[in-house]
Write a protein that binds this ligand. Structure first.
Ligand code: SF4
Ligand code: SF4
Length: 166
């Protein structure tokens, strides 16, 4: 397993030229009231380069994984990809309070902050969709179908619809 310095190297954090373009483009300042420079991409990178530890506070959990910073970075820093791996590391050390997890199988889904933002933006009725991973959602739909008595209704399958057009 890589250490944090190797991870920073792998995702180009050490190439950062401190231009600040990522901070300017990053949407988290518009999305979260508790935004500060420390949780911006450049803020997190700076901290890790000075003190090569994965932050165990919430600073790495604001990123919305939009990847705009990577698109704009002149040095090739892949901050979004770094954050995704670093979050998994943090979870594996037992720090789980900043993540949300599939209610059925427990797999990591998104940061809590991102989940709250999406719920507020799209409405609480999205909760059911957001709290399950794709596999468990599929299984849940399968379970619902199972409860419907076989033969009660029939739909044309995509295959038979294709046949209709031939
Ligand atoms: S855009 Fe790239 S080089 Fe510029 S501060 Fe951000 S990470 Fe560093
Ligand atoms: S990937 Fe994360 S850090 Fe980069 S611009 Fe998007 S929200 Fe900001």
């Amino acid at each position: 397993m890589l250490n944090i310095e190797q991870l920073a190297d792998q995702y180009g954090l050490t190439l950062c030229v401190e231009c600040g373009k990522c901070v300017a483009i990053c949407p988290i300042g518009e999305v979260f009231n508790n935004f500060s420079y420390e949780v911006s991409p450049r803020g997190v990178i700076e901290r890790i380069l000075i003190d090569p530890e994965i932050p165990h506070d919430d600073s790495m959990w604001f990123c919305l994984t939009c990847d705009l910073c990577t698109d704009l970075c002149p040095a090739g820093v892949r901050f979004r990809d770094f954050v995704e791996v670093a979050r998994q590391w943090v979870i594996e050390t037992g720090v789980t309070q900043f993540g949300s997890f599939c209610e059925s199988c427990g797999v990591y889904l998104y940061p809590q902050y991102v989940l709250e933002y999406v719920k507020q933006t799209l409405g609480e009725n999205t909760e059911e969709i957001l709290n399950l991973c794709p596999r468990c959602r599929r299984y849940e739909i399968g379970g619902t179908i199972k409860t419907l008595l076989p033969g009660r209704f029939k739909l044309n399958s995509p295959r038979s619809r294709m046949g209709d057009n031939q």
